[in-house]
Design a protein around this ligand. Structure first.
Ligand SMILES: *Cc1c(COP(=O)(O)O)cnc(C)c1O
Ligand code: SF4
Length: 364
């Protein structure tokens, strides 16, 4: 079932990055594109979020049909160029919150830094579609400005290195970035947000882990959206990470027709929990321009989360969140289990069905 011939450098992450599919011709050589995909792919040559897929991920995509859940995440479709009402290029209002050229400071205690605009493959629903893969690539001095800002802002306790994907940096650059952040006294937690483990699990080398281990706590904030992404290679990469003591969290994006089914999410979250990666957030897909074909309604998201509650353990159940447009912050979404209140009794709907009264203490 695997390809007869793989390049001898297949397990070298730099080879994977260098040999990614980047042109319509490369893609058409590997997949029979639908007319809609062909149109979408053609449009990427005019600018915007580029087409890029690593050979590793491409091999998974090739096993799927046109509606395949991995294929739809990385193969452009014509719908991306159609804006729907209310969609924006920068739905989270990040441009207004830039404290340095590549640093978003939205919450008092947290900051989000990007050191590159590149990713190993591009997700067609990316929230930072306006800048990812298109430059300008942050310069050393842009990144240094961001680190300086963090150093002189003692309220920042948690720094998220985010996408573009910092794991595309060479070991030296990545380790130096993490080391400089660790050198700031008030920074408690460093989070490395990456989709590289899904697109190129061979990036998680023992050499990198040995170097990063010196700067714990470094949380890996991973991004998996579908159980088919959790291949044997990914399983091994997650084991290497966990064995080296890195706490692992996952963020998924809820995507219409890709993972918006209870059985799919259940398999994804259960498997992640078994691989020592805690499902952290399930993100409502942001209202980014041209993402309507990926987005679900909030009610259908709530139905999914309701169905999962009581079915999977709390450990495997992420918080369903929506990022309120305009940079107003993430909020959790959940249906209120309180049915009614009478006297001191609050009627609650249980996750296993049925209702019962919780007696509240009086306020006085
Ligand atoms: C999501 C986000 C964070 C981190 O939020 P948590 O809820 O702590 O995971 C920080 N900064 C920005 C700009 C974000 O979008
Ligand atoms: S890996 Fe992250 S930053 Fe890169 S395209 Fe995908 S969602 Fe966007």
């Amino acid at each position: 079932m695997t390809k007869v011939q793989r390049d001898p450098h297949w397990s070298d992450w730099k080879w994977q990055v260098r040999h990614a599919v980047r042109t319509p011709a490369d893609l058409a050589a590997q997949l029979t594109l639908t007319p809609d995909e062909a149109e979408g792919v053609r449009r990427t040559t005019a600018g915007g979020l580029p087409l890029t897929v690593t050979p590793y991920f491409m091999e998974l995509v090739e096993r799927e049909g046109p509606d395949g859940p991995l294929r739809r995440q990385v193969v452009p479709s014509a719908a991306e160029w159609t804006a729907s009402p209310g969609e924006r290029d920068d739905p989270l209002g990040e441009e207004a919150l830039l404290a340095a050229p590549s640093l978003v400071h939205r919450y008092p205690d947290r900051a989000l830094l990007w050191a590159t605009d590149r990713c190993a493959s591009y997700c067609r629903f990316c929230t930072r579609k306006r800048l990812v893969g298109q430059g300008p690539t942050p310069t050393e001095s842009d990144v240094a400005d961001g680190i300086d800002y963090i150093a002189r802002t003692p309220s920042i306790r948690d720094v998220i290195i985010s996408g573009g994907d910092a794991l595309l940096l060479d070991d030296d650059k990545l380790v130096s970035l993490v080391a400089r952040l660790r050198g700031i006294r008030h920074v408690d937690v460093i989070r490395l947000a990456t989709r590289m483990v899904a697109f190129c699990p061979m990036r998680i080398t023992l050499d990198l882990l040995h170097q990063l281990r010196a700067f714990q706590p470094v949380y890996f904030l991973l991004h998996f959206n579908h159980p088919a992404e959790l291949t044997p290679e990914v399983t091994a990469a997650l084991a290497r990470l966990a064995d080296h003591g890195f706490p692992l969290l996952n963020q998924s994006v809820l995507l219409r027709g890709i993972n918006d089914r209870v059985d799919v999410l259940e398999a994804l979250f259960r498997t992640l929990a078994r691989l020592r990666c805690r499902p952290y957030y399930l993100h409502q897909c942001d209202a980014i321009t041209g993402a309507a074909h990926f987005r679900t309604t909030l009610d259908s998201g709530l139905d999914l989360v309701d169905a999962l509650r009581g079915r999977v353990s709390g450990l495997a159940l992420p918080t369903y969140v929506v990022d309120v447009p305009g940079g107003r912050g993430k909020v959790p979404l959940a249906r209120d289990p309180r049915v009614s209140r009478e006297g001191g009794l609050v009627r609650l709907r249980g996750s296993l069905g049925g209702t019962a009264d919780y007696p509240e203490p009086s306020d006085s």
